[in-house]
Design a binder for this molecule. Sequence first.
Ligand SMILES: [Zn+2]
Length: 404
Amino acid sequence: MNTLYSRKFLIFLLFVFVALNIFADEDKTIDPLWKKAMEIHQRAIVIDSHVDTPLAFSRGVNIGVRDDSVEVDLVKMKEGGVDAAFFAVFISNDDDDKHPSKDALQIIDRIYKQVEKNSDKAEMAFSVADIERIEKSGKRAILIGMENGSPVEDSLELLRIYYRLGVRYVTLTHNYHNSISDSSTAFHGKWYGLSPFGVDMVKEMNRLGMMIDVSHISDRAFYEVLKYSTSPVIATHSCCRAICDVNRNMSDEMIKELAKHGGVIQINFYSGFLSPEFKAKSDENYEEVIPSVKEIRSKYRDDKDAYWDHMVKIWKESSPESPEIDILMNHIDHVVKLVGVDHVGLGSDFDGAGNFPKGLQDISGYPVITYNLLKRGYSEEDILKILGGNLLRVFRENEKQRTE
Ligand SMILES: [Zn+2]
């Protein structure tokens, strides 16, 4: 290979890249609304309450460098002005996981290792105070949320251990029922809400100051959580059923109750939960790829990481064209009109979903949301709440409820 030629070519590419960026920046500075949006975005504490990036850690991804095989890395987070993100410890419950706690502990270890390896760019955060301090230092704050409570294995002792390891929310279940709660996407109720252990777990989470995530759980389970929880709860990655009628989105009545209890719904960026048109087309395409899904399932029966890697690839490949960013903004508007600006935030589902609105292909796209909020007439105060302030309020309320 002619190395001189390839070096020249690389320099040329670098020149093109720099030139394009200068023009792109110029574009943004010409538009006064962009300038204002960037200023507000810089001032805000921007928090993403749900990313599935740890799914990629087992295949050697290093979040300290730009890696286009993931939607979230520390470089793109910085570009997108995202100060903090909850990394999901996701344990699927669509099969009988024999070692959910072992699997969860391995993922928690991988998150710590990623942050330790990149300590110049990121720091683990366990509290509101940590997020505020790390944001000031210019680093990214990485938090842990557990998606699906199966690793708790019906043990409040294990729940407390996860809290001590830094888990600050638990999504009670995922696509299927578990021993804690019914799921919004499984047929025939198992518990018709929460299980007796689920009720105990809600109370213990309140006592610990650990947030309860109501995304994915059934409607009945949601109302039961509100009945027993003395702290406000979060939906870390859910959208509005009134706009996109998907079971795992929240109905207007649920959003009203969530708000009445001081909680927050963090809007999911996945196109299939935002746009009914996208969802219909995507369902159609999915029918065509079902044979390959079955093939992957049997091929990677013993390798969950490889299975999820391939599933995300399939979702991406069979995805229809991304919708416009307006559809995401419509969900935010809907919540605001329904219950006010204090109960909505952002939880992307990056690295776990596959298709996102135009301009939001990865976490570096976050300023587009701030720009569009301004365009829709939101004040700076409102924007700061949506970008992270509301979640911080709920997190703080949970911390206050903690008793020894
Ligand atoms: Zn999820």
